[in-house]
Write a protein that binds this ligand. Structure first.
Ligand SMILES: [Zn+2]
Length: 259
């Protein structure tokens, strides 16, 4: 941001000097008023272009689509099953416990906006997450694919254990889909405006980089029964091992990494 501010100051000084020079010349009748005004206007447009270009280059490309590395090909038949509080039997931890834990294990690393997200990415407190063994990531409209290193490790572990727990070769390619990862407070507010009844207004675990939502299991078999029970089993195991907290919701299973 400093370089943009410096460029703005430099361009403003040059612009001021140019305007004084052209006005003096106009008074001396060495140049017409119209030409002087056109010069100043053109300079203004050029400066705007330079500054907008610099601002645009700084914009982080956080919403880029992640390459698909899921193992069921498009041509193969597949089944999708929603992961919700009614489709999976899971023990629910109070959401306040999720918030408290998220704050504790991140030492209060709260992501308020894009600037603070970039700050934590720069300090390697947030790291990029890609699709990996056992899980895919959907288009992230209100979040970015970043987690703390520990949360990323737990998500990858969940994917690997999910795959490992499926014995049936027809179901081996099954994967679960993650729909939401790290949201800034600004994105959280946008979600609340769009879905006022289904959001946490303040200090969501997603704004600490330690939470993700699982919304469906995709199976290559005839149905998702094996994939769904494998997911239920590994979620419960990791919950009992003290690695994650769970909050089954009406449209997804919310997971907060806690240890
Ligand atoms: Zn969630």
């Amino acid at each position: 941001m400093k370089i943009i501010l410096l460029t703005f100051c430099l361009l403003a000084i040059i612009g001021f000097a140019l305007s004084v020079f052209l006005v003096t010349w106009s008074f001396a009748k060495k140049i017409s008023w119209i030409k002087a005004a056109l010069f100043i206007f053109s300079y203004g447009v050029l400066c705007m272009g330079i500054l907008l270009f610099m601002i645009d280059r700084r914009k982080p490309n956080l919403m880029k689509r992640i390459p698909i590395v899921r193992s069921i090909k498009k041509s193969e038949s597949k089944r999708n099953c929603d992961c919700t509080w009614s489709s999976l039997t899971l023990e629910k931890e109070d959401y306040t416990a999720h918030k408290t834990s998220a704050k504790r294990i991140t030492n209060g690393m709260y992501i308020t906006n894009e600037a603070s997200r970039m700050k934590w990415i720069g300090r390697r407190k947030l790291v990029p997450v890609d699709e990996a063994d056992g899980f895919g990531i959907s288009n992230l409209d209100y979040s970015s694919a970043h987690l703390t290193p520990l949360a990323k490790k737990r998500l990858y572990e969940l994917g690997q254990r999910f795959r490992a727990s499926i014995q049936n070769p027809d179901e081996k390619k099954s994967y679960f889909m993650v729909s939401s990862i790290t949201r800034s407070q600004v994105q959280q507010t946008q979600i609340c405006e769009r879905y006022p009844n289904a959001c946490t207004r303040d200090h969501s675990p997603h704004s600490y980089g330690v939470a993700f939502d699982i919304y469906k299991v995709t199976s290559s078999g005839r149905n998702c029964t094996i994939g769904m029970s494998a997911l239920q089993e590994v979620l419960t195991q990791m919950q009992r091992e003290g690695k994650i907290l769970l909050c089954p919701e009406s449209k997804c299973i919310h997971v907060t990494v806690c240890g």
